[in-house]
Write a protein that binds this ligand. Structure first.
Ligand code: MN
Length: 233
């Protein structure tokens, strides 16, 4: 009898776990030390294993309050953020933002170059890649306290730069400047303090060495294709 109960439990446990915890911490797409010397392994381990994990755990805890979260994509959740509470905003935002952040970085020397389409869009909007970096650095350095700076595709299909506080992002229906994020940089102190202390500018300069341009280009092309398809409808 006992063993039958145990077998039953073992069979059901994974399903219960899935039902209770629909969100999970994605593994880093590279080793924790892969971004050195620009971003150190200890920062990456703490940032991913503790900070990002806490956002995932705290978001899972909110499914009890908002069962509909369990069936939502992270993108759909951001766009519907006004329906939820501040814990979902902070932790659902935190999960989306960090999931993006790990993907838009690549080991030093492996980040490639922006695609032809992204290069053309950057030159159209900012004049040059260097000018775009300068504007994004300015937004990132100017974000008071914790937050993010973003390169987005706006509703007009053109690139723009914006910054958000806390774990907000441009997909949320509660922020003033909305768009599809193609690149984001975390300027919370937890992202850089161990190596750079208060020198946010030095962290930002270093960070451009690990941008994954293939992934940023892919996101740009997905965002503009989505806008074209929406216009055609
Ligand atoms: Mn962070």
């Amino acid at each position: 009898m006992k063993s039958r109960l145990l077998a039953c439990f073992l069979l059901l446990a994974p399903m219960l776990a899935t039902a209770e915890a629909p969100f999970s911490l994605p593994p880093l797409p590279y080793a924790a030390n892969a971004l050195e010397p620009w971003i150190d392994a200890e920062t990456m381990n703490i940032h991913h294993g503790r900070h990002h994990k806490a956002y995932v755990d705290n978001l899972n805890a909110q499914v009890a309050n908002f069962p509909e979260l369990a069936g939502m994509s992270l993108e759909a959740m951001q766009a519907a953020m006004s329906k939820f509470n501040v814990a979902v905003r902070n932790n659902g935002g935190g999960h989306y933002n960090h999931d993006l952040f790990w993907q838009v970085m690549a080991p030093a020397g492996k980040g490639g170059e922006p695609s032809a389409a992204l290069t053309a869009a950057i030159e159209r909007r900012f004049g040059s890649l260097e000018a775009m970096k300068t504007e994004m650095n300015r937004a990132a350095a100017g974000q008071f306290g914790s937050g993010w700076a973003w390169l987005i595709v706006g509703a007009d299909g053109e690139l723009a730069i914006t910054a958000t506080a806390n774990q907000d992002n441009p997909l949320m229906d509660v922020v003033p400047v909305r768009g599809a994020p193609v690149l984001g940089v975390d300027v919370w102190e937890h992202a850089y303090y161990l190596k750079y202390q208060n020198r946010r500018g030095a962290y930002l300069d270093a960070w451009w060495n690990v941008v994954n341009w293939a992934e940023v280009s892919r996101r740009y092309e997905t965002a503009t294709a989505g806008l074209k398809a929406a216009k055609a409808r």
